[in-house]
Design a protein around this ligand. Structure first.
Ligand SMILES: CC(C)(COP(=O)(O)OP(=O)(O)OC[C@H]1O[C@@H](n2cnc3c(N)ncnc32)[C@H](O)[C@@H]1OP(=O)(O)O)[C@@H](O)C(=O)NCCC(=O)NCCS
Length: 222
């Protein structure tokens, strides 16, 4: 699997800020990422590219990942020469996207999810959402809610896929342009129905994005 997911660390903050600025250019002020690292009510996850960056990954992806000798050789060269941004080279890892969640009693509020433009449509947003839902369940949240712009069709499609439904509208929620927000929420995350849906979606995700020899990344310890 090209991407892995883990909790955000201090060193990730500059990249996460850049992703946030690119995805939400009119949002001000930006979230207090560094301060939030010490806030027990907030959880951040980052999706990290293990392939060495968008270009190498795109090359591998375009030719089907497995069986691409050039991409494989380039990756091997990176590992042996320690050029790769991942794997203990001392260089920065490439953060492809991040997600943030607030925990309020038994409710998890997904406050943000954003993927670098160069990494969109590669399953990164979906992977982050799966991992956030897993984390919310682990932290005993009953439901997950969020707000999103009424015009944000891409995000709403992602959320609908994961069982979020529209439960209301917040008028003029966004202060930059006065756009309304749609409030979306899941059913009970631990219900048999939702768990079955999640199992189906995880399997479909794995069939589509995860090589047969690997497992779906998880930020949670076993
Ligand atoms: C929304 C966002 C996070 C999706 O990330 P992504 O990595 O590109 O999405 P994925 O490749 O994982 O796609 C997962 C699902 O999202 C939906 N989706 C993503 N991009 C879409 C698009 N351009 N059009 C329609 N649906 C889209 C689909 O349901 C897709 O499932 P499918 O592949 O089975 O159709 C990304 O577009 C983004 O960062 N947008 C800017 C920030 C933002 O608006 N965040 C949401 C704030 S509430």
């Amino acid at each position: 699997m090209r991407f892995t997911v883990r909790p955000m660390q201090k060193d990730d903050v500059p990249q996460v800020m850049a992703i946030d600025r690119e995805a939400f250019p009119t949002q001000w002020p930006p979230p207090p990422f560094t301060r939030d690292l010490n806030n027990r009510l907030v959880r951040y996850l980052v999706a990290v590219d293990r392939s060495g960056g968008p270009d190498q990954g795109a090359e591998a992806l375009a030719s089907g990942e497995r069986g691409n000798w050039q991409a494989l050789l380039s990756r091997l060269r990176q590992w042996f020469t320690r050029e790769s941004p991942v794997g203990g080279s001392g260089q920065e890892e490439t953060v492809a996207g991040y997600a943030a969640m607030w925990l309020m009693v038994d409710e998890a509020h997904l406050t943000s999810i954003a993927v670098r433009k160069t990494y969109r449509r590669m399953g990164v947003g979906e992977l982050l959402l799966i991992c956030m839902i897993d984390l919310a369940i682990k932290l005993k949240a009953r439901v997950m809610t969020l707000e999103t712009r009424v015009s944000n069709r891409e995000a709403q499609a992602l959320y609908r896929k994961y069982g979020f439904s529209r439960v209301g509208i917040r008028r003029r929620y966004y202060s930059d342009d006065g756009e309304d927000a749609v409030i979306m929420t899941t059913e009970n995350l631990t219900s048999e129905l939702y768990q079955a849906r999640l199992r189906r979606l995880r399997q479909a995700y794995a069939d589509r994005w995860v090589p047969a020899s690997q497992t779906l990344p998880s930020p949670l310890p076993d």
